[in-house]
Design a protein. Sequence first.
Length: 163
Amino acid sequence: MTKLNALTFAAFSLGFGTAFAHGDEEHAAPRTFDARKVEPTDFGQEGNPKKVTKTIKVDMTDTMRFTPSDVTVKRGETVKFVVHNDGKVLHEMVLGTKEAIAEHAELMKRLPEMGHADANMAHVKPGKSGEIVWQFTKSGEFNFACLQPGHFEAGMVGKVVVK
């Protein structure tokens, strides 16, 4: 029982400090690119803003849709997504594999105020814009989604095809 209490306390302590960061980009420090801290993933890695080769504007709306909902890029390209929230509620764009997005969506159902501000996501208040700079290092089909409560379930998803 002591181990369980210790684990519960540790989990609570780790999550408490950032519990309110998700959903409010003002709580997240502005990202600065540091090549030493770039971590490869199954769908690419944080891109160097100085090496952007393509810019894609993505609009988010309260109809729970992204426009465009499908984009195509070349493997190796560093893409800057300029994400604009045309709605009246908070939206976000999170890049990932289909499995990672679904897993993250389930986690958000259990912990909707969970804090995180990774390179593959932009939280955008109504009327504002955000950016994601991402290098697609692997070919395949990947996803993006809004993981605000109810948005993913309402179909706020898109696809990135990397050729």
